[in-house]
Design a protein around this ligand. Structure first.
Ligand code: ADP
Length: 440
C-alpha cells in the first residue's frame, strides 16, 4: 500500500527547505555584521516569514496528499473491478486497461497502454488484439446486438465470440472534460458467458419438463372432450366444463413455459419475411373479436391512415404478440368494454407504432416497472381473473425486441390501459441474431 500522508521532502515543501537554508545563512550573516538589536529584528522577521511559508506549504501538501490518496483509491477500485474497464481518448489511445479487461481480451495492459489503435486495424484483427479491437470498433464485430439507440449514452451492445466462446455486454460512456468537450470514452465490459450458459441449462430443464407435461395434458383434454358427448346430468356437465377449462388453462401455461424456454435458449426460431402489417393485424383482430363477443367485449381496428405498412417480420410471432395484448385487453376488461387497436407512424423515425387500448382494470403505478418481467401478475387483477401465467408480456416483449422494436404501457388505474409497440420499417434496424431480453 502506498503512503498517503504529507511527503516532508516532497515537491510541496522543497521551496520551504531551500528558503530555510537561505534564511539561516542571512540570519548568521546578520548576527556577524549588524548590531545585536537589528540582527535580532532581522532574524525575527525572517523566521516569521518562514513560518508563513511553512504553513502554506503544509496546507498545499495536505490537499495534494488527500487528492493523491483519492486517486490511488479510485485506481485500485478500477484495477480490481470484476468488470473490464477500458478508457481511451479521441485518437483511440488507451489510457486505462484494468485486470479484468486483460483477462477478457487476452492482452496485457503493458502492451496496449499509451497505444493508439487506429492504424493497421485490418492486420491486427487477425492477431491476439481481435477481441479488444472488436470492443473498440463494434462495426468490425461479426455479431453485435445494439441495445440502445445510436447516439444515446451510455451505449449498450452485446458481442458474441465463437472462439473462445465469449458473451460480452459492453457499456460505452463518454468522458467529458471540465469545458464540456468530449475527451474520450470509457467502456465497461461484463463477461456474461457463464450467466448465459446457466440460463440456457435452466431453460433446457424447462423445455424437457414442459414437453413431458404436454403429452399427458393432451390426453386429459381429449378425455374431457369425449366425456362431454356422453349423456350427462346438469351438474356433471358443469363439472366436465370446469375440468375442460382448467385443462385448457394448464396447456396454455405449459405452452407459455415452452416458449419462454425456447426464447432463453435463443432458439425461438424466427422466420423473417416482408409483410403488410395492416393485413396481419386485420386478421388477428378479426379472430379475437369473434371470441370476445361471447364476453361482451367489442374488439376492433381503427382504420389506419394507409392500407399498407410494409415491414420485415415473422408473421406468426407478431400474431402471437398482438394476440396476447388483445387477450389481456379482453381478460382484464369490464363487461361491455372495448379493445381498440391502432396503427400509426412515428414522426421522423423509421418505425410504425401499434397500440392496443382497453377500458379495463388498468395498471397500478407501482406495477408498471414489473409488467414485462417473468411470472408477474398484478394484485388488482388476480382478484377477479384467476387465469394467467404472468409469462405473456415477457414473451411479447421478446418478440418485439427481436424485431428491433420497443414496447411500453400507459394506464389510468380503474379506467383502462394502452400498450404500445413499435416495429422498424428499415430492415437494417432488426438485430442480426436472436437473443434473450430478460432484464429490460
Ligand atoms: P397474465 O395475463 O397471464 O397474467 P401477462 O404477462 O400477459 O400475464 O400480464 C402480466 C400482468 O400484467 C397481468 O397479470 C396483469 O396484472 C397486468 N396486465 C397485462 N395486461 C393488462 C391489461 N390490459 N390491463 C390491466 N393489467 C394488465
Amino acid at each position: 500500500m502506498k503512503k498517503s500522508g504529507i511527503a516532508w521532502f516532497g515537491s510541496e515543501l522543497r521551496i520551504f527547505w531551500l528558503s530555510l537554508l537561505f534564511v539561516l545563512v542571512t540570519v548568521i550573516i546578520g548576527f556577524l555584521n549588524l548590531p545585536l538589536f537589528w540582527a535580532a529584528v532581522n532574524a525575527l522577521l525572517l523566521l516569521s516569514l518562514m513560518a508563513i511559508v511553512m504553513a502554506n506549504a503544509l496546507q498545499v501538501g495536505g490537499a495534494n496528499a488527500a487528492s493523491r490518496a483519492e486517486r490511488y483509491q479510485l485506481e485500485s477500485i478500477v484495477k480490481n473491478l470484476k468488470d473490464g474497464v477500458i478508457a481511451y481518448d479521441q485518437s483511440f489511445k488507451i489510457l486505462v486497461f484494468n485486470k479484468a479487461a486483460e483477462e477478457i481480451c487476452g492482452v496485457k495492459s503493458d502492451e496496449v497502454l499509451g497505444q493508439a489503435f487506429t492504424l493497421k486495424i485490418k492486420e491486427q484483427m487477425r492477431s491476439h488484439y481481435r477481441i479488444l479491437l472488436t470492443i473498440l470498433f463494434p462495426a468490425l464485430a461479426p455479431v453485435v446486438i445494439r441495445r440502445t439507440e445510436p447516439g444515446v449514452y451510455p451505449q449498450i451492445a452485446d458481442f458474441s465470440f465463437a472462439e473462445p466462446p465469449l458473451e460480452l455486454r459492453v457499456y460505452t460512456h463518454q468522458i467529458i472534460d471540465e469545458d464540456g468537450q468530449l475527451a474520450g470514452f470509457i467502456k465497461v465490459i461484463r463477461d456474461r458467458t457463464r450467466e448465459l450458459t446457466l440460463l440456457r441449462s435452466k431453460s433446457e430443464f424447462l423445455t424437457i419438463a414442459s414437453h413431458q407435461l404436454r403429452t399427458p395434458l393432451t390426453g386429459v383434454s381429449w378425455a374431457w372432450e369425449n366425456l362431454k358427448t356422453e349423456p350427462l346430468t346438469e351438474t356433471q356437465t358443469q363439472l366436465v366444463q370446469t375440468g375442460m377449462d382448467a385443462t385448457k388453462q394448464l396447456i396454455r401455461i405449459v405452452e407459455d413455459m415452452l416458449d419462454v424456454a425456447k426464447i432463453e435458449e435463443g432458439r425461438f426460431g424466427y422466420e423473417f419475411r416482408e409483410l403488410n402489417l395492416v393485413e396481419l393485424i386485420e386478421e388477428i383482430v378479426g379472430e379475437a373479436s369473434l371470441l370476445a363477443r361471447k364476453q361482451q367485449i367489442n374488439v376492433y381496428l381503427e382504420r389506419p391512415k394507409y392500407t399498407e405498412y410494409r415491414i420485415r417480420g415473422d408473421a406468426a410471432k407478431l400474431g402471437t404478440a398482438l394476440g396476447n395484448l388483445i387477450d389481456n385487453g379482453i381478460k382484464y376488461n369490464v363487461p361491455g368494454g372495448k379493445v381498440v387497436v391502432q396503427i400509426s407512424e412515428t414522426p421522423n423515425q423509421p418505425y410504425v407504432q401499434v397500440s392496443v387500448k382497453d377500458t379495463g382494470a388498468g395498471i397500478p403505478e407501482e406495477d408498471a416497472k414489473k409488467l414485462f418481467t417473468k411470472f408477474f401478475r398484478g394484485e388488482n387483477v388476480k382478484k377477479f381473473q384467476v387465469n394467467g401465467s404472468g409469462l405473456g408480456l415477457y414473451i411479447v416483449k421478446n418478440i418485439v425486441r427481436r424485431h428491433g422494436g420497443k414496447i411500453w404501457a400507459e394506464s389510468t388505474p380503474g379506467r383502462g390501459s394502452t400498450f404500445h409497440f413499435t416495429l422498424p420499417t428499415d430492415p437494417n434496424l432488426i438485430p442480426p441474431k436472436e437473443t434473450v431480453y430478460e432484464e429490460e
